[in-house]
Design a protein around this ligand. Structure first.
Ligand code: CP3
Length: 367
């Protein structure tokens, strides 16, 4: 039996099916630029207090949907929950980035690393079920994880980094240890995404936020191969319904032709990529195989006045061009997003201009 797919515009676009307009959602759409998010976070006391409380996580996931006509919800959580469950001790100090109590730097650290018991992440799967219920099919829910490489960056550095010195030192001097970390991460991420799908996630996204810091050659060996290892294990359908998968490598534009071989449905791209060229490279033809594309407005555009935002949004839509319109077969499609997460300094009212322009202009493009 062929898996069915839903009628949601976002899911259809992920599966390269024709839609009446281009769907839009924003990376980090639930976050500090929204005063209501800051209020809930203050009640929760800390970021992890927010993410581990099912009611709070549900509340903040829905906040951006109540303000804007977004076409998808994304689970409120963080990519670093997985290394936290491995026992590394995650914390977020106010105004600072993430930090781990323990880092993974040597043979002994790697030897004690293992795929965590998924019960330690039960709070995430409970949040997925709760959000699905609260959404009442308004829009689909995206689950997510970090890529094995991006998680390894945080695990080895022990925090965010500007130069990736420790993780690259390990990669170049002890590639055997690096491969072992990446194998464990890949299997952990696959189990984590499958548990999110079983709890109700309708699409999944892999954030390879730091793939783009790798040299050509190292990217293929240490990032892409392990993203492929995750995808080989992730469920493609659940309860007879197709579950699309999205891979986003920030700074990965030059590797799109190689990423086209990944067993995923959508490739996310940042603002350095021309969507028309990306469409030629990986978007495929009507009736043929290919990847849907997601992206790629520079988040800093949202600091400009609303009429400038509208102009930049139209230019992103126009660079992709007219999405295919054949309802009997698949073809090139676009999901509008930013090229990276929305900044905490974004004026919330500016996001209206983005969402409204995407919907309006993309309907016009199809006529
Ligand atoms: O998109 C959403 O609305 C869903 C929630 C989400 C968060 N983090 C919440 C969050 C998602 C999808 C993420 C992914 C994530 N987390 C990534 C991949 C995407 C990307 O941005 O490249 C990465 C690298 C992380 C790691 C992480 N978490 C960092 C570097 C930080 C601090 C950065 C900052 O903006 O301060 C976080 C914390 C975090 N995760 C916040 C939010 C809303 C802000 C923390 C707070 O409220 O105190």
């Amino acid at each position: 039996m062929n898996p069915s797919s839903s009628n949601h515009t976002f899911i259809k676009a992920c599966l390269r099916q024709a839609t009446d307009y281009t769907p839009v959602w924003l990376m980090r759409q639930a976050g500090r630029y929204l005063p209501e998010y800051c209020a809930t976070r203050a009640k929760a006391g800390s970021f992890m207090g927010l993410a581990t409380n099912v009611d709070y996580a549900t509340e903040v996931t829905l906040q951006p949907l109540d303000r804007y006509a977004l076409d998808a919800a994304i689970l409120f959580s963080d990519i670093l929950t997985v290394p936290d469950a491995m026992g590394l001790g995650l914390s977020f100090a106010q105004g600072e980035g993430p930090k781990f109590a323990k880092s993974v730097r040597n043979e002994a650290d790697v030897a004690s690393l293992a795929v965590p018991d998924m019960n330690k992440l039960r709070y995430v799967f409970d949040a997925v079920s709760s959000i699905r219920k609260a959404l009442q099919e308004r829009v689909p829910l995206i689950g997510f994880s970090g890529s094995p490489w991006t998680l390894a960056c945080y695990m080895v550095e022990g925090a965010g980094s500007d130069d990736y010195r420790h993780v690259k030192t390990l990669m170049y001097s002890r590639p055997d240890l690096m491969h072992r970390i990446l194998e464990i991460n890949a299997d952990a991420v696959a189990q984590y995404l499958n548990a999110q799908i079983e709890a109700g996630a309708q699409a999944v996204m892999i954030f390879d936020s730091w793939g783009g810091v790798l040299a050509d050659g190292a990217f293929q060996t240490f990032s892409l191969a392990y993203t492929a290892r995750v995808l080989a294990q992730v469920k493609k359908e659940h309860d007879g319904v197709r579950i699309p998968s999205i891979v986003f490598t920030k700074g990965g534009g030059l590797w799109l032709p190689e990423m086209a071989d990944l067993s995923c449905d959508v490739l996310g791209v940042d603002w350095t990529v021309n969507l028309g060229k990306a469409r030629q490279q990986v978007g495929g033809q009507v009736g043929g195989p290919g990847k849907a594309l997601q992206g790629n407005l520079d988040p800093n555009v949202l600091f400009s006045p609303p009429d400038h935002i509208a102009r930049e949004v139209r230019s992103v839509l126009d660079s992709f061009g007219k999405p295919h319109a054949n309802t009997r077969t698949s073809g090139p499609t676009h999901i509008f997003n930013l090229g990276h997460g929305i900044s905490q300094y974004t004026p919330p009212e500016h996001v209206h201009a983005l969402v409204e322009t995407v919907h309006q202009h993309s309907r016009g493009l199809r006529n």
